[in-house]
Unconditional design. Structure first.
Length: 366
């Protein structure tokens, strides 16, 4: 039997026997909707946890020179930035308070961070130009606090024991995970500046441990207590544990839903085969092969299963949206495919039963 003829015959018999067809479509729809509303929420939660833990702030490694041992120089910053596990790396000095130079010591103080490295990895330039060594960019909040009409001018150190000033040549918005810089200014470091801390954003939370070991090796502290480390390794381990737990729960629930649905579909198909045994026996007597009978039973199960999968996916996504937990599209597509395959697989045994019956004995059955 040709493929087109098989589909046409499957469609006509499915339409002629509306009750089993509707039951198969309903069961597959329930499988898809239940999976998306339950396991799908678990998959969405797993994806949300992964996204949050993989945000820049959760991939930040901070190494601080606790003894002012001049461990973090420009060479260390550049070497760290060149690591394959590093997305961004800059050296940062301890912030100092500055005031508007025009107002003087009585002005409102704001913090200023001196950054060694590519400033575009820390902030986004919104006005003016990129600063040279010793020049600064001001945030919108700090500009208002300092009383600057425009992001240009000069600021000076607020300390009475230190003297120094910086020219303001533009404005910026901080990039994650450097959001604290929105409260002040960022100063471009001198070429030979020594930083107090090394900020490293790793490429992925899974490489946090390797990145930490590599950065410590580059800094090469004389003693372990010469540095302090704020590491994302614990978050990376937490992410792996949460993903494993959610994955195990989701797989168990998915197998339960698909297994129960497949069993019910098998019962419906077997009942339909028993009801239509004379029709199938007549086809065998007229020359239909066993393979054709099997293919016909599977085809008339496949077509309503496809319809049910479409309805179930729509209902499941609607239910998931009510809980603000839309699963990834890959999971949604996989659920529909698995539900259809489960329905088709459950029809194989009833189809083999129908194909292996003696057509003469079937036709003689009252």
């Amino acid at each position: 039997m040709r493929f087109a003829s098989l589909l046409r015959e499957g469609l006509s018999t499915a339409w002629a026997n509306k009750v089993p067809t509707a039951l198969v479509a309903l069961l597959v729809a329930i499988m898809c909707a239940t999976t998306l509303a339950t396991v799908g929420r678990t998959a969405a939660a797993e994806q949300q946890v992964a996204d949050r833990l993989d945000a820049a702030g959760s991939r930040l490694l901070v190494l601080t020179d606790t003894r002012n041992g001049e461990l973090i120089g420009p060479a260390v910053v550049q070497q760290t930035r060149a690591l394959s596990v590093t997305e961004r790396a800059v050296g940062v000095q301890i912030p100092v308070d500055v005031v508007n130079k025009v107002i003087g010591a009585g002005g409102t103080r704001v913090p200023a961070w001196t950054v060694d490295g590519d400033l575009s990895e820390v902030l986004t330039l919104t006005a003016g130009r990129w600063p040279g060594p010793g020049e600064a960019l001001v945030s919108a909040q700090a500009q208002q606090t300092l009383g600057l009409d425009d992001p240009v001018g000069a600021v000076q150190l607020a300390s009475t024991t230190q003297v120094g000033d910086f020219s303001v040549v533009g404005a910026f918005e901080p990039r994650e995970p450097f959001g604290q810089y929105a409260a002040g200014l960022v100063v471009a470091a001198a070429p030979d500046a020594i930083s107090d801390s090394l900020y490293v954003v790793v490429t992925d939370s899974s490489v946090a441990s390797a990145a930490q070991s590599a950065v410590i090796g580059l800094v090469a502290p004389p003693e372990f207590d010469s540095i302090s480390i704020q590491s994302p390794v614990a978050l990376a381990e937490l992410q792996a544990e949460v993903a494993a737990d959610l994955g195990t729960f989701g797989r168990t629930l998915l197998l339960g839903v698909l297994g129960a649905g497949a069993l019910l579909v098998a019962i419906v198909v077997l009942a339909d085969v028993l009801v239509r045994r004379k029709d199938l026996g007549r086809r065998r007597a007229l020359g239909a092969t066993r393979g054709a009978i099997v293919a016909m039973v599977i085809a008339r199960t496949l077509l309503p299963a496809l319809l049910g999968a479409g309805i179930g996916v729509g209902a499941g996504l609607w239910a998931a949206d009510r809980f603000a937990a839309i699963p990834p599209w890959q999971f949604t597509t996989g659920t529909a495919i698995l539900a259809v395959l489960a329905a088709v697989a459950s029809a194989v045994l009833p189809a083999l039963y129908a194909a292996t019956r003696d057509p003469v004995r079937v036709l003689r059955t009252p």
